[in-house]
Every structure is written in C-alpha cells, then in structure tokens.
Ligand binder design. Structure first.
Ligand code: XMP
Length: 519
C-alpha cells in the first residue's frame, strides 16, 4: 500500500489513479492523518499531494512532524515538497514569478543515491509546473537532483539519517508527475514506488478480487446473511457478484420492479443475474405501489422523494423476511473521497435516490466491497468476474427510472409510449455502432403536446425528445453530434411505430447549463 495525503490539490486523486494504473495499490487519506493511523495502515511509501495553500500562512495545512520519523519513504509533490522543506528547516517563499505549464527538466549529473527517481529516463524532459511559491533553501542533508530554467530545486533528495528526525529517504518534486503533460511522470512515480519503497507493482484486478473475497469471508464469518438491492446497473451487479463469489447462497439479492424500468428490463436483468451469473436474487413486482404513490405527482423532487420512500418500504419488508445481518452497498471510491475531502457544502441540484438511511433503520452492518474502486476499476472487476461486456459497459440508468423522463404526470400509458420510443432509440444507436461512444442516451416524454398532420387528419399528440451525451464523469457533458441519417431513421421509426407520438426533437444542450436528465 502507498498512502497519498491530500493537501487539497485538484490532482490528488489523479496521483492515486496513476499509481493504480501502473499496478501500485494506493489510497487517498486526509493530510492530518496521525502517525498512529499510518502505522495501522502500514504503507510502504507516503506521497504528499500539492495544494492551493502557502506553507507559511497561519491557517495552512501541516503534516504531523512525527511522521518523518516513522521510517517510511516520502515523496512530496509541489505543496508537499514545500511542506517538507518548511518543516525540516528549509525556506519557502512566494516566488516573484508564478510558473504554470511546460518547463524543461534537467536532471543533475551524477546525483548519487538520489538518482533512483530518474533511473532509466532521459536526462532532459518536459514537465508540468503549477506553482506560485518556491523552495529557496534546502534543509540539512538535502540536495537538488533536477532543475529547470526558473527553478533550482525542481527535484530534491534528502538522505536518510542526514537530518536528525528523518529515518527514510525523502524526495520532493516541484513539478506534477501525475498529470499527463509531464513527459516521464508515470515512470518517476513508478521509480519511487519500486526502487525507493520496494513495492512490486503487481496490484491488478485479480489480486484485488482474491483479497476482497478473503475480506468478505472474514467479515461475514460462517453463517451471516447479506442482503443487497440490485438495480441491474454495473455497481450493484458487480458488488453482488463479488459477495456471491465469496459466500454463495448466503447472499440474497432483491430486485425491485418499480414499474419505471425500460422495455423488458426486469426480465433481462433477472435472466442475466439468476440464470447466467447464478446470483441468488428475488424479483419483487411492486409497480402498482409505485404508480399509485406517484399518481398526480409532477414535481421532480417530489417524484424522487416518493420513489425513495416507496423503495425503502418495499425493500425493508423483503429484507426483514430474510433476517440478514449485513446490507451490501455499492459505494465507490469517489463517494468516499468526497466525504473525506474538506470541500464546503454545495447546492443540491437533485436529490439522488439511494438507500442511505437503511442500515441504521434496519440495524444492519454495512458491507461495501467496492469502496476503494473507481468506476472504471469496477468495470474491470466485472469483466474479471465474468460479467458480459454489454452489462459492464451499459449506460447508467437513474434510480427513479423513467419517472424523471416522463415529464409531468406519470401514467402507465405515458410510460409505455416512452418505453417503446426509448427502445427504438437505443436499438438504432447500437445498430449504428454508436452506443459505446456515447456516455448516456435516452428518450424523454415531454409534458406538452404538439399539433401534427397524419394522413389527412389533424393530430394533437405527445412529443419525444432524444438525448445523447458524451461524458466521462457525468459531472459535465456535451451533447453528442449524432449523424443526421441516424436521427432521421430514429425519428421516422418512432412516429410510425409508437402511437400517440407525432413529433421528435433532439436535445443540443451541454451540461452545464443543462443537466443530463430533464428533471
Ligand atoms: P444529471 O441529470 O444530474 O445526471 O446531470 C447525472 C447522472 O446522474 C444520473 N441521475 C440519477 N441517478 N438517482 C440516480 O441514481 C437520481 O435521482 C438521478 N438523477 C440523475 C443521471 O442519469 C446521470 O447519469
């Protein structure tokens, strides 16, 4: 394990990503983690991230100085390096020139022991700088190992024992090796992990899988039962599959058909989970409960709340019958990072439906086997577990389902129209080979009608909007430029095949200012 301490840099999670990509398992922890907790984690190396503060300001974040004496090799990046210099007796100053963007790094000749970091790399390469402050004098026992035109201490090395309180090698980089603009950044990180910390770099999904199975077995003992909600989405499916692999039939999945799913979704998901993946799962058809509760509800947040409450009711009732000891949740690493980082509260745009309140209410212990994985790692794990690629790469589908895509009033009839239109849209995207390039695509049934002419008759019918976006994180998105031919075919098919719809529009709004869903 390598621990990255977060000093508030926007790149902190990127360091974790880079390390994992090259086979070194790492976790992000807050900068103020104490030496006691670090000793429990037993990392082979510590990386101090960058950050927006200045070390000499009164309220800036500082490392607990006892950490230097733990005998763990340390790499400080940008603010992290300035913090090391500041704490060990060097000097940091606000530079007269800020330095952003590319700089040419020149490795100092014959850097003796400090050379491990640049071992096997070109002595001159392009790196990415982003700093205002700079180190102007080094602590005792430290020397420069690389410089740029504007920065004498672009990389520094501190020998173990040369400084009274330092027991392991320390490196500092003023540039950011974690960003892709730094030419040999990944290799520099790999050298630190392998040559300095002695890590093997063999953390891959297979290793994670073995470890996760062992942990789940330990956590649940020999008899405990685990219950979990399955939605058919990749996170809950992978989590359930993993737990099933670890404890077999002691995992009981519940799939709630809320009547707001896409065409054939309940049948397809159940066939995949039960028949193909052999997960123990029950399908509860609660459509009438949900549709009754939603009758007359048109406000988006009200819809979400109603669905959330109904879901908890149905799930709780089923889960009680099982008398489980644990609740499985598909929490991912970004949620964990979000909860440990020190960001201020942000405005609620949409209340996402989830099962957050359940464990306390039901007095269940939580089991969260994906809490250290990023989304694309969950996908990799899904593939290792034998999940079909079309499940692993499915577009996300919101918890409240079609309820937030039928604008205005929700009725079975309107839901059916949307289901048919949506199925045609997705089918045509797949047929055109576009599905995988699109982050999310779906149809929306608008709340106003339009006049049209069909045959010799005036029609006054519903409008369907089509939405397809390109996105990697769903936080921002751009509308996807679908070829006109594809749009033409989809539009023709929907108005011809879905009765009660006479007009199709294509949504050309990015996020921001729009959101991906319409409600
Ligand atoms: P927005 O519409 O906020 O969507 O741009 C971003 C992503 O979140 C999904 N989404 C939801 N998922 N419950 C969910 O589980 C919700 O209430 C919800 N609202 C939006 C949306 O489909 C997109 O992938």
């Amino acid at each position: 394990l390598l621990v990255v301490l977060d000093f508030g840099s926007q790149y902190a999670h990127l360091i974790v990503r880079r390390l994992r990509d090259i086979g070194f398992y790492s976790e992000l922890h807050p900068y103020d983690v104490g030496p006691e907790r670090l000793m429990e984690l037993k990392p082979k190396g510590l990386i101090l991230s960058g950050g927006p503060a200045s070390v000499y300001e009164s309220d800036s974040p500082h490392l607990d100085a006892r950490i230097f004496s733990l005998g763990i090799p340390i790499l400080g990046i940008c603010y992290g390096m300035q913090e090391i210099a500041y704490q060990l007796g060097g000097k940091v100053e606000c530079g007269d020139k800020r330095e952003y963007g590319h700089a040419t790094l020149q490795v100092v000749e014959d850097p003796a022991d400090g050379g491990a970091l640049f071992h096997g790399l070109k002595t001159s390469c392009s790196v990415w700088m982003s700093h205002g402050d700079r180190v102007i004098s080094l602590p005792e026992g430290f020397y420069p190992i690389a410089r740029t035109e504007n920065c004498n201490y672009a990389a520094v090395y501190g020998q173990p024992n040369a400084h009274a309180s330092v027991l392991a090698p320390i490196y500092g980089l003023q540039f950011h090796p974690e960003v892709s603009h730094s030419e040999h950044g990944t290799e520099v990180l790999a050298n630190f992990c392998r040559a300095v910390c002695g890590c093997r770099g063999d953390w891959y999904m297979e290793a994670f899988l073995e470890e996760a199975i062992r942990t789940i077995r330990e956590q649940t003992g020999e008899h405990a039962l685990v219950v979990g909600a399955l939605s058919g989405g990749v996170d809950s499916t992978v989590a359930a599959l993993l737990v099933s692999r670890a404890i077999g039939d002691r995992f009981r999945g519940i799939f709630v058909d809320n009547g707001l799913l896409r065409k054939n979704e309940a049948t397809d998901v159940m066939a995949m989970l039960r028949d193909q993946m052999h997960v123990q799962v029950d399908c509860i058809n609660a459509s009438t409960h949900f549709l009754d509760a939603l009758a007359g509800v048109t406000d988006p947040e009200e819809k979400r709340k109603t669905i959330g409450n109904q879901f908890i009711k149905v799930f709780e009732e089923q889960a009680r019958k099982i008398s489980a000891d644990f609740l499985l949740q598909g929490t991912l690493y970004p949620d964990v990072i979000e909860s440990i980082s020190h960001k201020g509260p942000s405005a609620t745009i949409k209340t996402h439906h989830n099962v957050g309140g359940l464990p306390q209410r039901m007095r269940l212990k939580l089991i969260e086997p994906l809490r250290y994985l990023f989304k694309d790692e969950v996908r990799k794990l899904g593939l290792v577990l034998g999940l079909p690629a079309e499940v692993v790469y499915r577009h996300p589908f919101p918890g409240p389902g079609l309820a937030i895509r039928v604008l205005g009033e929700i009725t079975s009839e309107r839901l059916n129209k949307l289901r048919e239109a949506d199925a045609i849209f997705l089918h045509e995207l797949r047929r055109a080979g576009l599905y995988e390039q699109i982050g999310q695509a779906f149809a929306v049934l608008l709340s106003s009608k339009a006049v049209g002419v069909m045959g010799d008759f005036r029609t006054y019918e519903e409008v369907i909007a089509l939405r397809a976006v390109a996105t990697s994180d769903y936080m921002t998105a751009d509308w996807y430029p679908l070829p006109f031919e594809v749009l033409r075919r989809i539009s023709l098919r929907i108005v011809n095949e879905v009765s009660g719809v006479n007009r199709i529009v294509y949504d050309v709004t990015s996020k921001p200012p729009g959101t991906i869903e319409w409600e």
